[in-house]
Design a protein around this ligand. Structure first.
Ligand code: ZN
Length: 184
């Protein structure tokens, strides 16, 4: 990884980096902590509440989340328990302009490392649980569009085609990123 932190940018639907399964981090280094900070910056810049490393082209198991109650930087997050059901309308910084209702667990227990390499366990529910599941999906190459119903698929088809073209141009217009309330 010789990429400079400043070179990190949010990858858009159509970019293959979003479909790669992230590798777990074997040894947490300063480099990883720099990436986590850069990811947090990009998340805040995009008015997002979560961001996963594959969204900035890094194929490593790292996510950042801030739903308004503080920043979490998590490495190698794993869901170890789920409970209940909830459906929220989710957007994604990598799929701007698209909202999809996604069925997820209402509560999750997640095991992860914090940025200093300490093992932590998080009990999350509601929005926090939703964001954790969304970001962990990213680490597995999974996107909200994969949850689209047949009706959703028809509705977003043109939008996705448009994004795929833009993914190549590496440009993104500001207005599009705001059409869904939750950007993850
Ligand atoms: Zn996302």
């Amino acid at each position: 990884m010789s990429m400079k932190e400043t070179a990190l940018r949010i990858r858009i639907f159509g970019d293959q980096a979003l479909r790669k399964k992230a590798k777990s981090v074997k040894e947490l280094t300063t480099k990883h902590r720099e990436y986590l900070s850069a990811m947090a910056r990009l998340m805040y810049e995009g008015d997002g509440i979560g961001l996963a490393a594959p969204q900035v082209g890094l194929s490593e198991a790292m996510i950042v989340i801030d739903i308004g109650s503080g920043l979490f930087k998590l490495v190698n997050p794993k869901i170890i328990k789920i409970e209940g059901r909830q459906v929220l309308e989710e957007g994604c910084l990598s799929v701007p302009g698209v909202c999809i209702k996604v069925k997820r667990a209402k509560k999750v227990k997640v095991k992860a490392l914090d940025e200093s390499g300490r093992q932590i366990v998080i009990d999350a529910e509601d929005l926090f649980a939703c964001v954790l599941q969304h970001e962990i999906d990213h680490l597995n190459g999974k996107l909200i569009v994969d949850y689209a119903s047949i009706i959703d698929k028809v509705r977003i088809k043109n939008k996705l085609e448009e994004l795929k073209k833009k993914a190549k141009d590496e440009e993104l217009s500001e207005s599009e990123t705001k059409s869904c309330q939750l950007q993850l």
